[in-house]
Structures are given as C-alpha cells and as structure tokens.
Write a protein that binds this ligand. Structure first.
Ligand code: SF4
Length: 456
C-alpha cells in the first residue's frame, strides 16, 4: 500500500485497502474557520438537533483567520458565531481573535491596517497555525473545511479539505465515508540550488500535470531529496497538492518530522503520541515522476491558473503593479527570511505588501536581528508595507477593505498559492505565483525577475 492507503486502512480498521474502495474512516482532528465554520455549525444543528453535542470537543479545532481584519460587520459576526458555539460545546482548542470569551469582535479601522489588533490566543492562518499549535501528527486523519488542509500532509498524515455538509457530519459522528484515492508518485532527488525554493518544486510539478492533473488523487513525495527540505518547505509543497486537484499530498516521515511534531506537541500540551506510516514494497502508483531538484530554476505560474508554468527568466517582459508575500504557503518565517535576504539595503519599485501567516511569525521577524536592524525593520526600510495583523488577508480577496486586496485590474506577483481570476480581488486583475525570492527580486525591478540576479 502507499502512504495514503496505509493511513486510510488503519483509520478504517482494515488490514488492506486499495484505490477505489469506499471506506468509513475515523477522524483524529476536524478543523474549521470563520468562513466555513458558521455553515458547518448550521448543518450540524440541522441534522443532529439543536441540543446535539460534537463527537469529541478535544478534536474539533476552531481557528478564525480569513475575514478578520475588516470593518465588514457580517465577517466580524462570523467570529462571534464561532465563539458562541465553542462556549456551548466546551471545545478545547479555539484560537479567538479577542481574549474576552463573552466579548464581540469588532475591527477598529481607525487604527489602520498595520498595527496588531488581536488578543493573546489568536493563532493566524489555520494551516500554519495547526502545526505550530501541535495539531498535526504523523499517521493521523485531519479533515478541515478548507481546500488547503492538505498542507498537513507534510507531517506524514492524511489531511484533506471537506465541504460544510461533510464537516457537519464529522462534527456529529467523528467519521466520514471516503473513496481511497489513487496515488501519484513524485520522487525528489538532488538538492535545491541558491535562488530556488520549495515553491518552485511544486509549481514545476503542477506545470507538468496541469491544474486538474491530480484530480481526486494522492500526491506522494519521497526520495533522497526530501532530507534537504525543511518542514516549512514540505508544507509549501503539500499545501499546493490541491492546485493540481489533489485529494491530499503526503511526505515520508523522518527525523525532522519527528523533531518538529514532538517539540510542538510538548510546547502546547497537545496529544503527543502518534504512529507514522512508512513505505513498503508493494506500492501501486498511477503516475511516476523523478524530479532532480538540482536542475530546477525559479518558476512562475502565470495568470489564470496554477498550471501555467514558465521560468522567471522567460517573463522579464511582464510589467507588474504590485508584489505580495503572505498566506499559509508563502507567509512562513523562512519565506520572509529569504525574501528579506534579497531586499536588504535595497528599495522596492512597486507597491509591496507583507502579511505574516501567524502572530508567531510576526514575533520571529520582529526579534530576528541582522546587524543593527530586525528583519521586520529591514523589510519596512525596503518599502514593504508590513502588517502585524497576521491572517489570510488578500490571498483570497476578501471584503473590499482587506489589506493588500486588488480593487482594480492590477498585475501582481505573489507568494500565495492560487491565481484563478478574481482570487485576490478584482476579477480582471492578474496574479503570477512565485517563490518569496522571485517575488522580492520582481518587487525591486517592477518586472518578473529571476532572483539569481540578486544573489551573490
Ligand atoms: S492564506 Fe489563502 S490559501 Fe491559506 S487558508 Fe488563507 S485564504 Fe486559504
């Protein structure tokens, strides 16, 4: 069996499963957020009754993160709905925007977009917050009401996005009926060269198979090249499995995985036991690809979908209006550090927005010092508009006052993960997906630029 099949077999209580089987699996964690949480709660109450209880209040993780820093009252109200439900159900893990369990969330626009407005429990973007807060464990099943839930496959678990109806069912029963996906195999060899990042790996893979090339399939990443990829790198790659239509992305378990997971579970006092899955000889794949990381170059997915692959050096004619770094995929500490390495002692030529994925990342950047300055200040001095309000921000457009949102037909190079028309705001805007260093180099020149020109 493949890694995905092994996890699904175990969760279904079976010795063996194969692609195409329909199996009932037990969930280890169900995550929901402010956009889909209210809808999921509605389905749960409708189907299980007003007085129903969630199947396990320690296994439902609630993370407001999407439409948070906006004066839109309906969006603010969604966070209040989550808070009321968490209180009613006694849910253990709720990363509220405010500290008062009886309060109401209101964003104060008069304070501006840059200054932090969250309390001490807020965790930021769900997919980045889940591992940081100790909710991702090898061998487990994670369901989330968000398509990029597949990011947690970096930790050798089966993680996938589900709709509100399925999530309402999981909330009530802790189970879900799943068809076992076929597995596509990506064997990574070699090592990434300077100026090439994990984002380039996944943009390369999606370019190879197309934005629907992995529809309802598992993407398994393994091989000797994995050892050189950090957990942040693996998260970037697993996150974008869905951009090829994948059901999930999954990595092999190794010492790095163990170190990260053990540290985070201990730090947060979450469940610290788990059982990873390892590869066996009888894996059946529907597709096989060997990728030599050494040969990859800075890559861009052009408008209008993540499969429109080109090399950055082929796109120097594309004039840009804006650059953006942020999101679960591109807003991690390591992403910002690489971004800052290119921008240090220089100044951007176009509007450039920086949105860390979580408050912990804001803290990392404000405490890391390079010489006299913090990394945060290096970015601000380079002209990047850095907000402390960690969250999804303009990655998915959002209400019209969202930080970094494209409210007119602009061209933007972005470290985010999705670029279908209208994704970051205006439906005639164009988004070019790239790595943090390609975004940085392009912000300096105002055209799509190969970052290797800026690396010594
Ligand atoms: S940052 Fe973007 S991709 Fe990630 S969860 Fe938020 S909206 Fe989705």
């Amino acid at each position: 069996m493949t890694l995905t099949e092994k996890i699904l077999a175990r969760a279904a209580g079976k010795a063996q499963v194969q692609a195409g089987d329909n199996v009932w699996v037990k969930a280890d964690v169900l995550m929901t957020h402010d956009v889909c949480g209210p809808g999921t709660i509605g389905v749960f109450k409708r189907e299980f009754g007003k007085a129903a209880r969630v199947w396990d209040p320690r296994k439902v993780v609630v993370i407001p993160d999407h439409y948070i820093f906006t004066a839109d009252s309906k969006s603010n109200r969604n966070v209040d709905i989550l808070r009321e439900f968490v209180k009613e159900q006694g849910i253990t893990y709720f990363y509220d925007v405010i500290d008062d369990p009886n309060g109401h969330w209101v964003f104060d626009a008069t304070k501006g977009m840059l200054q932090r407005q969250y309390g001490s429990q807020y965790a930021g973007v769900c997919h980045t917050a889940l591992p940081q807060k100790g909710h991702t464990r090898p061998g487990e099943i994670l369901f989330g009401t968000d398509s990029h839930t597949c990011m947690a496959g970096a930790f050798n678990e089966f993680a996938t996005g589900i709709g509100n109806t399925d999530a309402g069912f999981v909330m009530g029963t802790g189970k879900l009926l799943l068809k076992v996906p076929e597995t596509m195999h990506f064997r990574l060899e070699g090592a990434l060269q300077p100026g090439v990042m994990a984002k380039d790996v996944i943009l390369h893979c999606i370019g190879e198979i197309g934005f629907d090339g992995a529809t309802y399939r598992a993407l398994q990443f393994d091989g000797s090249g994995i050892a050189g990829l950090s957990m942040d790198d693996r998260m970037t790659i697993a996150n974008m499995a869905i951009e090829a239509g994948g059901k999930n992305g999954i990595f092999e378990f190794d010492d790095q995985t163990q170190k990260y997971v053990d540290f985070r579970c201990k730090l947060n006092g979450t469940k610290a036991t788990y059982e990873p899955v390892t590869r066996d000889r009888n894996e059946k794949f529907v597709y096989e690809s060997v990728i030599d990381l050494t040969r990859l170059e800075p890559t861009v997915a052009c408008h209008p979908d993540p499969g429109q692959r080109k090399l950055a050096r082929e796109l120097t004619h594309v004039k840009l209006d804006r650059a953006y770094i942020g999101s679960c995929t591109g807003g991690k500490t390591s992403d910002f550090l690489e971004f800052a390495r290119v921008l240090r002692d220089k100044h951007v030529k176009i509007d450039t927005f920086g949105v860390p994925a979580t408050p912990e990342i804001v803290h990392d950047l404000q405490s890391a010092r390079w010489g006299e300055k913090t990394v945060w200040d290096i970015l601000v001095d380079a002209g990047v508009q850095m907000t402390e309000n960690a969250g999804c921000a303009a990655c998915l457009g959002g209400p019209v006052d969202t930080f970094g949102r494209m409210n007119s037909p602009l061209k933007c190079i972005s470290a985010t993960n999705r670029n279908f028309p209208g994704r970051m705001g205006h439906k005639e805007s164009q988004v070019f997906l790239a790595s943090p260093v390609t975004v940085a180099a392009s912000a300096l020149t105002g055209v799509i630029t190969d970052p290797r020109e800026y690396l010594s």
